[in-house]
Write a protein that binds this ligand. Structure first.
Ligand code: HEC
Ligand code: HEC
Ligand code: HEC
Length: 225
Protein backbone atom coordinates (compact mmCIF):
# COMPACT_ATOMS: atom_id res chain seq x y z
CA UNK A 1 0.00 0.00 0.00
CA UNK A 2 2.77 2.38 1.01
CA UNK A 3 4.64 1.62 -2.22
CA UNK A 4 1.62 2.46 -4.26
CA UNK A 5 1.28 5.91 -2.70
CA UNK A 6 4.91 6.70 -3.45
CA UNK A 7 4.44 5.54 -7.03
CA UNK A 8 1.44 7.76 -7.65
CA UNK A 9 3.10 10.84 -6.24
CA UNK A 10 6.20 10.20 -8.35
CA UNK A 11 3.98 9.99 -11.40
CA UNK A 12 2.31 13.26 -10.45
CA UNK A 13 5.73 14.87 -10.36
CA UNK A 14 6.51 13.67 -13.87
CA UNK A 15 3.19 14.96 -15.19
CA UNK A 16 3.60 18.44 -13.71
CA UNK A 17 7.31 18.60 -14.59
CA UNK A 18 8.90 19.68 -17.86
CA UNK A 19 9.01 16.11 -19.19
CA UNK A 20 5.78 16.73 -21.11
CA UNK A 21 7.16 19.60 -23.13
CA UNK A 22 8.42 17.26 -25.85
CA UNK A 23 5.38 17.93 -28.07
CA UNK A 24 6.46 21.50 -28.74
CA UNK A 25 4.87 23.12 -25.71
CA UNK A 26 7.52 24.80 -23.59
CA UNK A 27 8.02 23.88 -19.97
CA UNK A 28 6.87 27.37 -18.94
CA UNK A 29 3.55 26.99 -20.76
CA UNK A 30 2.88 23.61 -19.19
CA UNK A 31 3.58 25.01 -15.75
CA UNK A 32 1.49 28.11 -16.40
CA UNK A 33 -1.55 26.20 -17.57
CA UNK A 34 -1.44 23.52 -14.87
CA UNK A 35 -4.44 23.52 -12.57
CA UNK A 36 -2.30 23.65 -9.43
CA UNK A 37 0.98 25.30 -10.43
CA UNK A 38 3.64 23.74 -8.23
CA UNK A 39 7.12 25.25 -8.48
CA UNK A 40 9.26 22.94 -10.62
CA UNK A 41 12.72 22.40 -9.15
CA UNK A 42 15.30 21.93 -11.90
CA UNK A 43 18.56 20.28 -10.89
CA UNK A 44 21.68 22.44 -11.45
CA UNK A 45 23.82 20.18 -13.61
CA UNK A 46 25.79 22.78 -15.56
CA UNK A 47 28.72 22.67 -13.15
CA UNK A 48 28.84 18.92 -12.61
CA UNK A 49 32.26 18.35 -14.12
CA UNK A 50 34.24 21.26 -12.78
CA UNK A 51 35.73 19.14 -9.99
CA UNK A 52 39.12 20.74 -10.36
CA UNK A 53 39.00 24.47 -10.98
CA UNK A 54 42.72 24.38 -11.78
CA UNK A 55 41.96 22.62 -15.04
CA UNK A 56 40.07 25.72 -16.14
CA UNK A 57 42.19 28.35 -17.82
CA UNK A 58 41.76 31.74 -16.17
CA UNK A 59 41.55 34.74 -18.46
CA UNK A 60 43.25 37.24 -16.17
CA UNK A 61 46.03 36.25 -13.76
CA UNK A 62 45.38 37.38 -10.19
CA UNK A 63 42.40 39.59 -11.06
CA UNK A 64 41.34 42.13 -8.41
CA UNK A 65 38.83 40.71 -5.85
CA UNK A 66 35.63 42.09 -7.48
CA UNK A 67 36.56 40.41 -10.78
CA UNK A 68 38.11 37.14 -9.59
CA UNK A 69 34.88 35.13 -9.59
CA UNK A 70 35.45 34.19 -5.93
CA UNK A 71 34.53 37.37 -4.05
CA UNK A 72 31.08 38.93 -4.09
CA UNK A 73 31.19 42.10 -6.27
CA UNK A 74 27.96 43.30 -4.63
CA UNK A 75 29.61 43.40 -1.22
CA UNK A 76 31.42 46.66 -0.48
CA UNK A 77 33.89 44.79 1.75
CA UNK A 78 35.28 43.21 -1.42
CA UNK A 79 36.60 46.62 -2.52
CA UNK A 80 38.52 47.09 0.74
CA UNK A 81 40.72 44.04 0.01
CA UNK A 82 44.18 44.71 -1.37
CA UNK A 83 44.42 43.53 -5.02
CA UNK A 84 46.80 40.53 -5.32
CA UNK A 85 48.99 42.11 -8.02
CA UNK A 86 49.75 44.93 -5.59
CA UNK A 87 50.25 42.64 -2.58
CA UNK A 88 52.50 40.14 -4.40
CA UNK A 89 54.91 42.77 -5.75
CA UNK A 90 58.55 41.82 -5.16
CA UNK A 91 57.83 38.20 -4.23
CA UNK A 92 59.57 35.35 -6.10
CA UNK A 93 57.38 34.01 -8.90
CA UNK A 94 56.24 30.53 -9.93
CA UNK A 95 54.64 29.35 -13.20
CA UNK A 96 51.32 28.21 -11.67
CA UNK A 97 48.72 28.82 -8.97
CA UNK A 98 48.76 32.48 -8.04
CA UNK A 99 52.22 32.75 -9.61
CA UNK A 100 54.05 33.29 -6.31
CA UNK A 101 56.65 30.86 -4.98
CA UNK A 102 55.56 31.02 -1.37
CA UNK A 103 58.21 28.61 -0.07
CA UNK A 104 60.97 30.67 -1.65
CA UNK A 105 59.37 33.87 -0.33
CA UNK A 106 59.78 32.59 3.24
CA UNK A 107 63.25 31.16 2.58
CA UNK A 108 64.36 34.55 1.27
CA UNK A 109 62.72 36.24 4.28
CA UNK A 110 60.48 38.30 2.00
CA UNK A 111 57.54 37.02 4.04
CA UNK A 112 57.29 36.33 7.73
CA UNK A 113 53.95 34.71 8.47
CA UNK A 114 52.74 35.65 11.94
CA UNK A 115 52.27 32.45 13.94
CA UNK A 116 49.95 33.76 16.63
CA UNK A 117 47.16 36.23 16.06
CA UNK A 118 47.71 37.99 19.40
CA UNK A 119 51.30 37.24 20.39
CA UNK A 120 53.60 38.48 17.61
CA UNK A 121 56.69 36.95 19.24
CA UNK A 122 55.33 33.39 18.99
CA UNK A 123 57.37 31.31 16.53
CA UNK A 124 56.45 28.38 14.30
CA UNK A 125 57.46 24.87 15.41
CA UNK A 126 59.33 23.85 12.26
CA UNK A 127 60.08 20.16 11.83
CA UNK A 128 62.60 19.16 9.15
CA UNK A 129 61.54 15.60 8.33
CA UNK A 130 61.12 14.26 4.80
CA UNK A 131 58.83 11.29 4.25
CA UNK A 132 59.52 9.25 1.11
CA UNK A 133 56.54 7.65 -0.60
CA UNK A 134 57.56 5.08 -3.16
CA UNK A 135 55.19 5.23 -6.10
CA UNK A 136 54.33 1.97 -7.84
CA UNK A 137 53.98 3.74 -11.20
CA UNK A 138 57.05 4.75 -13.23
CA UNK A 139 56.87 8.42 -12.17
CA UNK A 140 59.52 9.66 -9.73
CA UNK A 141 58.81 8.92 -6.06
CA UNK A 142 57.14 11.48 -3.82
CA UNK A 143 58.95 13.26 -1.03
CA UNK A 144 56.68 14.88 1.50
CA UNK A 145 58.71 17.63 3.18
CA UNK A 146 57.62 18.60 6.71
CA UNK A 147 59.84 21.70 6.81
CA UNK A 148 58.04 23.72 4.13
CA UNK A 149 54.68 22.73 5.60
CA UNK A 150 55.39 23.45 9.25
CA UNK A 151 56.65 26.94 8.40
CA UNK A 152 53.02 27.78 7.65
CA UNK A 153 50.99 25.09 9.33
CA UNK A 154 50.49 23.47 12.72
CA UNK A 155 50.82 19.69 13.08
CA UNK A 156 47.10 19.58 13.84
CA UNK A 157 46.26 21.01 10.40
CA UNK A 158 47.13 17.56 9.02
CA UNK A 159 47.40 15.13 11.94
CA UNK A 160 45.34 13.11 12.48
CA UNK A 161 42.34 14.28 10.39
CA UNK A 162 44.02 14.21 6.95
CA UNK A 163 47.04 11.95 7.62
CA UNK A 164 47.83 9.39 10.31
CA UNK A 165 51.32 10.44 11.47
CA UNK A 166 53.06 7.24 10.41
CA UNK A 167 55.05 6.58 7.24
CA UNK A 168 53.02 4.55 4.74
CA UNK A 169 49.89 4.44 6.92
CA UNK A 170 47.87 6.52 4.47
CA UNK A 171 46.41 5.51 1.14
CA UNK A 172 47.14 8.31 -1.31
CA UNK A 173 46.59 8.44 -5.07
CA UNK A 174 46.34 11.06 -7.80
CA UNK A 175 42.64 10.77 -8.50
CA UNK A 176 41.89 11.41 -4.84
CA UNK A 177 44.27 14.38 -4.81
CA UNK A 178 42.56 15.87 -7.89
CA UNK A 179 39.21 15.39 -6.19
CA UNK A 180 40.43 17.41 -3.22
CA UNK A 181 41.41 14.62 -0.83
CA UNK A 182 44.71 14.10 1.09
CA UNK A 183 47.32 16.44 -0.44
CA UNK A 184 44.43 17.88 -2.50
CA UNK A 185 42.76 19.27 0.62
CA UNK A 186 45.23 22.15 0.18
CA UNK A 187 47.08 21.69 -3.13
CA UNK A 188 44.92 23.32 -5.78
CA UNK A 189 43.05 25.41 -3.21
CA UNK A 190 45.43 27.27 -0.91
CA UNK A 191 48.79 25.95 -2.10
CA UNK A 192 50.34 25.18 -5.48
CA UNK A 193 48.00 23.24 -7.79
CA UNK A 194 48.42 20.01 -9.73
CA UNK A 195 49.40 21.03 -13.24
CA UNK A 196 51.69 19.42 -15.79
CA UNK A 197 54.33 21.92 -14.66
CA UNK A 198 54.11 21.09 -10.94
CA UNK A 199 54.38 17.25 -10.96
CA UNK A 200 58.08 17.46 -10.13
CA UNK A 201 57.53 19.49 -6.98
CA UNK A 202 56.04 16.41 -5.32
CA UNK A 203 57.50 13.69 -7.54
CA UNK A 204 61.00 14.89 -6.77
CA UNK A 205 62.92 11.69 -6.00
CA UNK A 206 64.19 9.85 -9.11
CA UNK A 207 63.55 6.10 -9.11
CA UNK A 208 66.46 3.92 -7.95
CA UNK A 209 68.72 2.73 -10.80
CA UNK A 210 67.56 -0.88 -10.42
CA UNK A 211 63.85 -0.05 -10.29
CA UNK A 212 61.47 -2.31 -12.19
CA UNK A 213 57.70 -2.01 -12.25
CA UNK A 214 56.11 -4.16 -9.54
CA UNK A 215 54.24 -7.17 -10.94
CA UNK A 216 50.75 -8.08 -9.81
CA UNK A 217 50.15 -11.13 -7.65
CA UNK A 218 48.34 -12.79 -10.55
CA UNK A 219 51.36 -12.31 -12.83
CA UNK A 220 53.76 -13.63 -10.19
CA UNK A 221 51.62 -16.76 -9.74
CA UNK A 222 51.36 -17.35 -13.48
CA UNK A 223 53.65 -20.34 -14.30
CA UNK A 224 53.74 -19.34 -18.00
CA UNK A 225 55.15 -15.84 -17.58
C1 HEC B 1 50.72 19.34 5.53
C2 HEC B 1 50.41 18.20 6.32
C3 HEC B 1 51.29 17.83 7.49
C4 HEC B 1 51.67 18.63 8.55
C5 HEC B 1 51.33 20.09 8.81
C6 HEC B 1 52.45 17.80 9.42
N1 HEC B 1 52.55 16.53 8.90
FE1 HEC B 1 53.45 14.92 9.75
N2 HEC B 1 53.05 13.79 8.09
C7 HEC B 1 52.36 14.22 6.98
C8 HEC B 1 52.38 13.19 5.97
C9 HEC B 1 51.75 13.26 4.58
C10 HEC B 1 53.11 12.10 6.50
C11 HEC B 1 53.41 10.76 5.80
C12 HEC B 1 52.31 9.79 6.04
C13 HEC B 1 52.43 8.55 5.19
O1 HEC B 1 53.51 8.26 4.65
O2 HEC B 1 51.42 7.82 5.06
C14 HEC B 1 53.51 12.51 7.86
C15 HEC B 1 54.22 11.71 8.74
C16 HEC B 1 54.53 12.08 10.04
C17 HEC B 1 55.18 11.22 11.00
C18 HEC B 1 55.63 9.77 10.75
C19 HEC B 1 57.02 9.73 10.21
C20 HEC B 1 57.51 8.32 10.00
O3 HEC B 1 58.65 8.18 9.52
O4 HEC B 1 56.77 7.35 10.27
C21 HEC B 1 55.33 11.93 12.17
C22 HEC B 1 55.94 11.47 13.47
C23 HEC B 1 54.77 13.26 11.92
N3 HEC B 1 54.29 13.32 10.62
C24 HEC B 1 54.75 14.29 12.85
C25 HEC B 1 54.38 15.58 12.58
C26 HEC B 1 54.57 16.71 13.50
C27 HEC B 1 55.16 16.60 14.91
C28 HEC B 1 54.10 17.81 12.86
C29 HEC B 1 54.13 19.26 13.34
C30 HEC B 1 55.44 19.78 13.72
C31 HEC B 1 53.62 17.39 11.55
N4 HEC B 1 53.82 16.04 11.42
C32 HEC B 1 53.03 18.23 10.61
C33 HEC B 1 51.72 15.44 6.84
C34 HEC B 1 51.85 16.52 7.71
C1 HEC C 1 50.84 17.83 -4.29
C2 HEC C 1 51.75 16.77 -4.61
C3 HEC C 1 51.61 16.06 -5.94
C4 HEC C 1 51.61 16.61 -7.20
C5 HEC C 1 51.71 18.07 -7.58
C6 HEC C 1 51.50 15.51 -8.14
N1 HEC C 1 51.46 14.33 -7.45
FE1 HEC C 1 51.29 12.45 -8.30
N2 HEC C 1 51.20 11.64 -6.44
C7 HEC C 1 51.32 12.32 -5.25
C8 HEC C 1 51.21 11.37 -4.15
C9 HEC C 1 51.31 11.71 -2.67
C10 HEC C 1 51.01 10.09 -4.74
C11 HEC C 1 50.80 8.76 -4.01
C12 HEC C 1 52.15 8.13 -3.81
C13 HEC C 1 52.01 6.79 -3.17
O1 HEC C 1 51.74 5.80 -3.88
O2 HEC C 1 52.17 6.73 -1.96
C14 HEC C 1 51.01 10.29 -6.18
C15 HEC C 1 50.86 9.26 -7.11
C16 HEC C 1 51.00 9.39 -8.48
C17 HEC C 1 50.94 8.31 -9.44
C18 HEC C 1 50.73 6.84 -9.12
C19 HEC C 1 49.33 6.39 -9.46
C20 HEC C 1 48.28 7.10 -8.68
O3 HEC C 1 47.31 7.58 -9.28
O4 HEC C 1 48.39 7.21 -7.47
C21 HEC C 1 51.12 8.86 -10.68
C22 HEC C 1 51.12 8.14 -12.00
C23 HEC C 1 51.27 10.30 -10.49
N3 HEC C 1 51.21 10.58 -9.15
C24 HEC C 1 51.47 11.21 -11.51
C25 HEC C 1 51.48 12.59 -11.34
C26 HEC C 1 51.56 13.54 -12.43
C27 HEC C 1 51.63 13.19 -13.89
C28 HEC C 1 51.54 14.79 -11.87
C29 HEC C 1 51.54 16.14 -12.57
C30 HEC C 1 50.44 16.35 -13.47
C31 HEC C 1 51.47 14.62 -10.42
N4 HEC C 1 51.43 13.28 -10.15
C32 HEC C 1 51.46 15.67 -9.51
C33 HEC C 1 51.51 13.68 -5.08
C34 HEC C 1 51.52 14.61 -6.11
C1 HEC D 1 47.01 21.40 5.15
C2 HEC D 1 47.41 21.82 3.83
C3 HEC D 1 48.38 20.97 3.02
C4 HEC D 1 48.34 19.62 2.79
C5 HEC D 1 47.30 18.62 3.27
C6 HEC D 1 49.49 19.31 1.97
N1 HEC D 1 50.18 20.45 1.69
FE1 HEC D 1 51.94 20.59 0.62
N2 HEC D 1 52.00 22.60 1.01
C7 HEC D 1 51.04 23.31 1.69
C8 HEC D 1 51.46 24.71 1.79
C9 HEC D 1 50.66 25.84 2.43
C10 HEC D 1 52.72 24.78 1.17
C11 HEC D 1 53.60 26.01 1.02
C12 HEC D 1 53.01 27.00 0.10
C13 HEC D 1 53.00 26.56 -1.33
O1 HEC D 1 54.03 26.04 -1.80
O2 HEC D 1 51.98 26.74 -2.00
C14 HEC D 1 53.04 23.43 0.70
C15 HEC D 1 54.22 23.11 0.04
C16 HEC D 1 54.52 21.83 -0.42
C17 HEC D 1 55.78 21.46 -1.03
C18 HEC D 1 57.00 22.34 -1.13
C19 HEC D 1 57.28 22.88 -2.45
C20 HEC D 1 58.55 23.69 -2.44
O3 HEC D 1 58.57 24.63 -3.20
O4 HEC D 1 59.48 23.37 -1.70
C21 HEC D 1 55.66 20.13 -1.41
C22 HEC D 1 56.70 19.29 -2.12
C23 HEC D 1 54.34 19.69 -1.00
N3 HEC D 1 53.68 20.74 -0.40
C24 HEC D 1 53.85 18.42 -1.17
C25 HEC D 1 52.72 17.89 -0.54
C26 HEC D 1 52.32 16.50 -0.59
C27 HEC D 1 53.03 15.42 -1.35
C28 HEC D 1 51.19 16.40 0.19
C29 HEC D 1 50.39 15.16 0.50
C30 HEC D 1 51.14 13.99 0.98
C31 HEC D 1 50.90 17.73 0.71
N4 HEC D 1 51.84 18.61 0.25
C32 HEC D 1 49.83 18.04 1.54
C33 HEC D 1 49.88 22.83 2.22
C34 HEC D 1 49.52 21.50 2.30
Amino acid sequence: MKNKIILTSALALVISGPAFSADGVSAEEVTASAATPEPVVVAQVAGANVFNRNLKKVKVKNAPPPEDGIHDPENEGTYVLQPPLEAYQGLPTSPYGNYVDWVKAIDEKKLQPRWDRIDSSEEAFVMDLDVLREVKASVPDVIFPHRQHTEWLACSNCHPAIFIPQKGANQINMSGILLGQKCGVCHGKVSFPITTKSCKKCHSQPKPEDWTPPLSEATLKNPWR
